[in-house]
Design a protein around this ligand. Structure first.
Ligand SMILES: [Zn+2]
Length: 421
């Protein structure tokens, strides 16, 4: 048995219902978003009639610390043991990680003996860039397929979940880490206290914790309801994160907003026992209302409106007899397609570049997934950009496309033909 599985509270059953806040343990939780039941975002089907597991997709707001979190925690073994998303799958993500490697190594690494550990290291993209800079690295990722890829490219990666046992083992075998990176992984973690215990135990005094998470401020601002899926247990703003960090003597030193994944934040913390300080970002969040229940109740209405608008846009094109396809089958497309009830009656097919997805069918909506080449050859008149967070990259790549893209977020809009040239 791997570490992490043993401690997963969901192990043994497919899911558990949340009754207390993941960060502050308060029971005063209010349901603010209800996207109904959907299958798991990455549970692509080999055959359209394969059996599927459906789970409620609801977001709760903690009235005590302000954390947004799912009402249902699905057993991580159902989601993360084989994982189709690869960090290296887009040029913008490659560039993003190269820049991060550059800034981490120049700012925080002063000796070749110092260790950087990345939790959720995926296919080793970031660590490989750090290694090229002469930095000692170690990856941790529970997805066996990704850990294999990373190890094959020379980035040593432990195929396991990260918890305090894993952290202690790394510390005993290799010493403490100067930097721990956790990009797009904290939102996946149910027991964040156990995760932070591991961080705290593995990190050098004065060491750095660098965390990237999709930002609740972007979810709210741009109505990015499709970033809600079962892998994302939490939707962070800075305020609850600050509280979590300070509980483990990590002082939040910096917050940066990033364009990746539809809008994320990078929070940089330092392990210190010096007095905890607040962050100006928290004041900004108060002005945006991110610490108020009403903000998310309003968001729920905006989501309903936006989904209806997209459905009507597509239905009107279909009623005029136009063919529509989908561009990209990212995890978020499972939420969008299922929540809006867009299936094979609307989209003829979806294209993607990830080898593991090609030839399969979208979860719940059973739309076939083909290679990009088919789209480029057939030039369908309309194309729903499901991977809308790569809009610029897609428009550049598909500048020969003669049809029109429909971008669903932050509101449904049909791009004019020449905007992609
Ligand atoms: Zn809370």
């Amino acid at each position: 048995m791997r570490m992490g599985e043993r401690k997963s509270r969901a192990s043994g059953s497919d899911s558990r219902r949340v009754s207390r806040c993941r960060i502050c343990r308060d029971r005063n939780l209010t349901r603010v978003i209800d996207l109904k039941r959907t299958p798991l975002a990455n549970s692509f089907l080999s055959k359209p009639n394969d059996p599927e597991k459906w789970f409620p997709l609801e977001v709760l707001y903690c009235n005590s610390c302000g954390l947004l979190q799912l009402s249902e925690v699905v057993n991580p073994n159902l989601m993360f043991k084989e994982y189709p998303y690869r960090s290296s799958s887009s040029n913008s993500m490659l560039q993003h990680f190269r820049e991060l490697a550059q800034s981490l190594s120049s700012e925080f690494i002063t000796s070749s003996k110092q260790l950087v550990v990345e939790v959720g290291s995926n296919d080793g993209t970031l660590l490989s860039a750090l290694k090229e800079r002469g930095v000692r690295v170690l990856g941790v990722d529970p997805a066996a397929n990704l850990a294999r890829l990373a190890n094959a490219r020379g980035v040593e990666t432990l195929p396991t979940f990260f918890d305090s046992d894993t952290a202690d083992r790394i510390r005993d075998e290799r010493g403490k880490a100067q930097v721990i990176v956790a990009n797009n992984v904290l939102a996946h973690v149910d027991d964040v206290h156990e995760f932070m215990r591991g961080v705290s135990s593995l990190l050098e005094a004065d060491g750095i914790l660098s965390v990237e998470v999709p930002y609740a401020g972007n979810l709210n601002q741009n109505v990015e309801y499709d970033t809600v899926y079962h892998e994302h247990l939490s939707y962070f703003s800075v305020h609850p994160l600050l509280r979590l960090f300070s509980d483990f003597d990590i002082r939040l030193e910096r917050v940066a907003r990033l364009d990746v994944h539809g809008g994320s934040i990078r929070v940089t913390g330092r392990k210190t026992n010096k007095k905890f300080v607040s962050n100006p970002f928290v004041e900004f969040e108060k002005r945006c209302g991110l610490n108020r229940l009403e903000t998310y109740q309003r968001l729920s209405d905006r989501i309903e409106y936006q989904m209806q608008d997209l459905r009507e846009t597509l239905e009107s094109l279909k009623s005029e007899g136009h063919e529509i396809v989908g561009y990209g089958a990212p995890a978020k497309s499972t939420t969008l397609l299922n929540a809006c009830k867009i299936g094979a009656e609307t989209l003829d097919y979806v294209i993607d570049t990830t080898p593991e997805k090609i030839g399969k069918f979208t979860p719940g909506t059973h739309i076939p997934i083909f290679r990009t080449e088919r789209f480029q050859k057939e030039q369908p008149p309309y194309c729903l950009m499901l991977a809308w967070n790569y809009e610029k990259e897609i428009l550049l790549k598909e500048r020969q496309y003669t049809g029109q893209f429909i971008v669903p977020i932050p509101y449904a809009r049909v791009l004019s033909r020449n905007s992609s040239s």
